[in-house]
Design a protein around this ligand. Structure first.
Ligand code: BGC
Ligand code: IFM
Length: 809
């Protein structure tokens, strides 16, 4: 069942009923100011950091699920309604929500009145603009009252939820005409304030939540709105809000627009006060002056649309497959931008207060983002590198605002260091910019080194942290956060990842071994390009040794083992009672090339198909753990079929799909791609439940009662990896150190396709022809009329356009 449809020409998903199975959200904002907005106008805004600089309040874990947002109420006689349906939930005559690239548009109508709200964050200002257009479609005049509503968060979203003894006394507001200023905590260490303004005179306002809602009421029936009369309340402590009342008379056919601006303003310390207690509003006035007319809004909106069009033009495909076209050209790239901006901090499943930026997460996000804005990727890589310690290990997370490692979580996840090589290598392949390696970056525990030195320490960390079988020690966990093999000393109630030795001398990870082969080779290739021959040779020796170890100690007979636990027992082996085969090492070892020439790669992937596949995707492991295993940790704490315990983790499905392309099975690679691809799941939205335009972290596996149900949409490494998979491995347009490599691996009946790809400042027009209906192999490559040996388009400095024809054969 569908709850809307894709409007590809407008790059929008159109939701046609407010009652979607779960809130279907969008992200407004590209750089500093962000708003999460659901299809019923729920959500919240923050500046840079969802925890520390939260502008508006949201209530997670609430009923109804999606609670609080930037709401508009329309009072039409006795009827009160919202264009996005919530919170009043008055049945509307019509409803539509269009989530677009960086904007959302809601249209509701009732009794011949329609209200259209367009919300977006302009490119160059720290604010959200919402233009509301009211239209009288009837034949009689209409007297309406419009009320706006946002509830302020007292900045630190964590403290805001807990520290009531203080917080109920600190709220301070200031009102100037139609602008409501939220200046809580401005008198002490803060130098910022927020505002909510509208571009016309108002008939009243409210800034006290209690006055606006009334005792024992909620945003679904605010007393002020129901009575049609603002109370001009000024909040002193308690819960400050901002609400405007505007009375409007509309003649038949008449429309009027109102421009609301929700903004964040920062002053320098010396410019804080105009007079004692009165904030300096100069910057606010300047900002507001830019959004006063419809023309202003149109201009800013057009700029945003152009910005996105330009960004997405870096990779555009035309193929016979509608779903592929729309995911590749629009939504997958869009989600890559969102994950780059948010890491795993703020979504409807991540509260914005818990996690900062993940080290491994951010490195992987780069893989799908780097082609969009390479300069920002460069900056990010250098930030991430500074969360590394001198011994090559890293903090697991860091806070975006301070760029400091998160000491509460600490380090000890032994895959983290290698992801830095992954991200940096992707950046260099994309841009050819080796100069990033000369940038000097500090180590968190003192000292500094070039980025190349950081990569060297990453590489050496694995070399110097191996266990009894010569495989990498796992530490607190590897990619699978829940495989905690050194936590066997846990006491009931202790958190799996925050106690005990961060590293045992025995527990080893086959997965990190696969990563080491993949990214160790990329490190060697970078060293070679820098002319560091000995380093490259030494690295390749280490990689070769790991390769052999994986095929011996890391091989179970029909597939790759997952790990050895702290007692030296196998994990992910046919000898195990539960959890006999895991997805991660099959995908990663094979995509790294391990076992391809020995025939083991194919065997491992066949085992995946036989044992882990399901109609909704490949499960993480089988059989699911039905009881708790202290020696394995959190993974066995989940009920069977959920999350890491045999859920379908969308993040590592593409690893298997990529692995299939490595051995040339394009049909199977694409079959895997389709199973978790949201556009293909649109028709079963009542089962899948999350947004059909973005990936979710997890789909419940076959062992779960809710098989096929997705959770944790938006912020997942799935976005980057599925984009890498489809764009580089299936469609086969691969940035490499030497230039753009054309290496498609598709189903035999996929048909011809064309791709426009921006690469190192030039535009490549690529045509892939497949007259023989093959799955892999390029027999001829013609670049601007000339036949080229091999399948890499040689990069010519200064050349701006390339026309490439690749014929599969
Ligand atoms: C995993 C969760 C786990 C959490 C905390 C996440 O990365 O996906 O399953 O509960 O880490 O350990
Ligand atoms: O690899 C992790 C990731 O860092 C956060 N989400 C879950 C994944 C698997 O545990």
């Amino acid at each position: 069942m569908k709850y809307g449809f894709f409007d590809d020409a407008s790059c929008e998903y159109v939701i046609t009923t407010p009652e979607t199975p779960l809130p279907w959200i969008n992200y407004l904002g590209c750089k500093d100011f962000f708003t999460l907005v659901s299809n019923t106008c729920g959500g919240y805004s923050f500046y840079k950091d969802a925890k520390l600089l939260r502008l508006t309040r949201y209530r997670y874990n609430n009923v109804p699920y999606d609670n609080n947002g930037q709401y508009f109420y329309i009072k039409d006689g006795a009827d009160v309604w919202n264009p996005g349906w919530q919170p009043v939930k008055r049945t509307l005559d019509s409803y539509e929500c269009r989530h677009g690239l960086g904007y959302s548009r809601f249209t509701g109508s009732l009794n011949q009145v329609s209200a259209q709200v367009l919300s977006f964050v302009p490119l160059n200002d720290s604010c959200e603009v919402s233009r509301l257009v009211l239209t009288n479609n009837g034949s009689a005049a209409k007297e309406l009252s419009l009320f706006s509503y946002v509830e302020w968060c007292l900045w630190n979203a964590d403290d805001d939820m807990k520290n009531f003894q203080r917080n109920l006394s600190i709220g301070e507001m200031e009102i100037e005409g139609s602008t409501i200023y939220h200046k809580t905590e401005y008198r002490e260490r803060r130098n910022h304030y927020a505002l909510y303004s509208v571009n016309c005179p108002v008939d009243g306002f409210d800034t006290s939540r209690d006055a606006f809602l009334g005792a024992y009421r909620s945003p679904s029936d605010p007393a002020v709105v129901m009575n049609g009369k603002a109370s001009n309340s000024v909040a002193h402590g308690w819960s400050p809000i901002a609400s405007h009342q505007i009375n409007v008379t509309l003649a038949p056919g008449e429309s009027r627009s109102f421009i609301f601006v929700l903004a964040y303003v920062e002053n320098k310390e010396e410019e804080k006060w105009e007079a004692p207690g009165i904030i300096n509003k100069t910057k606010a006035h300047e900002l507001l002056s830019r959004y006063q007319s419809d023309d202003d809004v149109e201009k800013a909106y057009a700029q945003l649309k152009e910005y996105w069009q330009e960004l997405l033009s870096g990779y555009q495909i035309q193929s016979g497959c509608e779903e592929v076209n729309r995911m590749v050209n629009i939504w997958n790239q869009y989600q890559c931008m969102v994950t780059f901006n948010m890491s795993r901090s703020a979504s409807y499943y991540e509260s914005g207060i818990g996690r900062g930026m993940g080290f491994r997460d951010s490195c992987q996000d780069l893989l799908g983002f780097v082609h969009l804005i390479p300069e920002r990727a460069r900056e990010r890589i250098l930030d991430i590198a500074s969360a590394q310690f001198g011994d090559g290990s890293t903090y697991h997370q860091y806070q975006p605002l301070t760029k400091k490692g998160n000491a509460d979580i600490g380090g000890g996840f032994n895959d983290d260091p290698l992801w830095l090589i992954a991200g940096t290598s992707a950046y260099i392949k994309e841009t050819g910019d080796f100069s990033i390696l000369d940038e000097v970056v500090t180590f968190d525990d003192g000292g500094e080194g070039t980025l190349f030195e950081h990569l060297t320490r990453s590489f050496r960390f694995t070399v110097t942290h191996k266990g009894p079988h010569g495989l990498p020690l796992i530490g607190r966990a590897d990619w699978n956060d829940c495989l905690n093999l050194n936590c066997f000393s846990a006491q009931p109630g202790e958190s799996f990842q925050t106690f005990g030795p961060s590293e045992g001398p025995v527990a080893e990870s086959v997965f990190i071994g696969g990563m080491f082969v993949k990214y160790g080779e990329e490190y060697a290739a970078i060293a070679e390009s820098l002319g560091k021959k000995e380093i490259a040779e030494d690295a390749r020796r280490e990689v070769a040794a790991m390769y052999d170890t994986l095929l011996q100690a890391g091989w179970d007979g029909d597939w790759f083992l997952r790990a050895y636990d702290a007692y030296g027992q196998k994990v992910g082996s046919s000898e195990c009672e539960e959890g006999q085969i895991f997805i991660e090492p099959q995908g990663f070892c094979v995509l790294a090339g391990v076992g391809v020439k020995e025939g083991k790669a194919q065997q491992a992937l066949d085992s995946v198909k036989e044992r882990l596949d399901s109609k909704y995707g490949i499960m993480l492991l089988q059989p699911a753990y039905t009881r708790y295993h202290l020696e394995l940790g959190e993974i066995t704490s989940y009920p069977p079929g959920y999350k890491e315990n045999a859920g379908i983790f969308c993040h590592n499905n593409p690893w298997v799909s990529i692995a299939e392309t490595v051995i040339g099975r394009g049909g199977r690679a694409f079959e895997i791609y389709k199973k978790t691809c949201p556009a293909y799941l649109e028709g079963i939205s009542e089962i899948h439940r999350t947004e059909p335009y973005c990936y979710s972290q997890m789909i419940a596996g076959r062992d779960a009662a809710t098989f096929g149900e997705a959770k944790n949409s938006w912020l997942t490494g799935t976005a980057a990896w599925t984009f890498v998979n489809i764009s580089q491995y299936i469609l086969g347009i691969q940035p490499s150190l030497d230039g753009l490599c054309i290496n498609p691996c598709v189903p035999a009946d996929f048909g011809d396709f064309t791709i426009t790809r921006r690469f190192r400042g030039a535009v490549y027009h690529i045509e892939v022809k497949n007259p023989g209906h093959l799955e892999k192999g390029v027999s001829s490559l013609i670049v601007d009329g000339e036949t080229i040996e091999g399948n890499v388009v040689p990069f010519v400095e200064g050349k701006k356009e390339y026309h490439v024809t690749a014929v599969m054969g």
